[in-house]
Design a protein around this ligand. Structure first.
Ligand code: AKG
Ligand code: FE2
Length: 317
């Protein structure tokens, strides 16, 4: 049986009406419970924290302070791949963009305990992972809640803000500036899991800051931007599992960026320095037994003659 990706709430929405609403009105649309429950559960399973990726040859979950990210959804999740390349999503894009468009980024993440993401827009030009400037290309951000979201850490936006946001060249807007000028216009999206918040990438938004031990929010986000010669190389480098690719039409391949330059590194960039102290400790606990095993193996290898080593290897592998 083919798994349903979306619920009728999203399947039956007219893509042209959605695109028109995004263009002509407040700059965002909300589809409550858009992802089908089984699809949502399969996606959530991918963001579960597993082993630390140290000298690992796999893609997986990384940690950046109080958030965990899986930034290669197209490499590990058939469901994420299917949603991103779905006809419903591409039909909205076809109606929204005048020219060609391309996926620029995608990730699954978990925010927990605390976060303060400043007000910003998502029409950013980067140099590798550094913000360079805002760009003028149209873009759409698809953000799906993977759990119910109410008063803690909702997505917040300012309707119509795409009409004025680009007058400022700064990447972020201060809390004070927004509070002084737009406090009465802020929309906080309290909505059940599976909800899609679809917005113009030039819209001012943030995740409402929070501090709450034990709280977690899971999110799936991806962004589609117009392709423009003026911004060659715009977009993150993607890793795709070829077995997920069920439609090799030129439209899908160019949407995924085949044959087009994408210069940005995968965000966020992480390393041991982005781990919290408690993660560092847990990591030591996890790696010490493995490190000890590696040490014992190399001592054994240096003592056992080669011919005997080969016999042992033949029996093990
Ligand atoms: O998680 C959120 O609510 C917002 C995330 C966001 O704005 C971003 O990643 O650019
Ligand atoms: Fe954003």
């Amino acid at each position: 049986m083919v798994q349903q990706l979306f619920t009728p709430a999203f399947n039956e929405a007219d893509p042209k009406e959605t695109a028109d609403e995004l263009k002509a009105k407040k700059g965002y649309c909300i589809f409550e419970k858009a992802i089908a429950p089984a699809t949502l559960s399969a996606i959530l399973a991918k963001i579960e924290r597993k082993d630390y990726l140290i000298n690992s040859n796999n893609v997986g979950v990384v940690r950046s302070s109080w958030s965990n990210f899986l930034s290669h959804t197209l490499a590990v999740s058939q469901q994420c791949y299917d949603i991103i390349t779905s006809e419903q999503v591409r039909a909205i894009c076809r109606n929204y963009f005048d020219g060609p468009f391309k996926l620029s980024s995608q990730r699954l993440y978990e925010t927990h305990t605390q976060a303060h993401l400043p007000w910003h827009t998502d029409n950013n030009l980067l140099s590798e992972n550094k913000f360079r400037a805002k760009h003028s290309m149209p873009g759409l951000v698809f953000l799906f809640y993977l759990n119910d979201v109410s008063d803690i850490n909702p997505f917040q936006l300012i309707p119509d803000s795409y009409t004025w946001a680009d007058r400022s060249t700064d990447r972020y807007f201060s809390d004070k500036y927004i509070d002084d000028n737009y406090a009465d216009q802020i929309v906080s999206v309290r909505a059940p899991k599976g909800t899609l918040i679809l917005s113009n990438s030039h819209l001012v938004h943030r995740a409402k800051p929070f501090k709450c031990a034990g709280f977690k929010r899971y999110t799936f986000i991806f962004q589609v931007d117009e392709v423009s010669e003026n911004y060659a190389g715009h977009g993150e480098r993607l890793l795709i599992n070829p077995s997920f690719v069920n439609d090799t039409s030129p439209e899908v391949l160019s949407y995924l960026g085949f044959g087009t330059r994408s210069d940005y590194v995968t965000l966020p960039q992480t390393s041991v320095s982005t781990l919290l102290p408690q993660d560092l400790l847990l990591m030591q606990k996890n790696i010490l037994p493995q490190a000890f095993r590696g040490l014992m193996l190399s001592v054994a290898k240096s003592l056992i003659p080669n011919a005997m080593l080969n016999r042992i290897k033949n029996q093990i592998y």
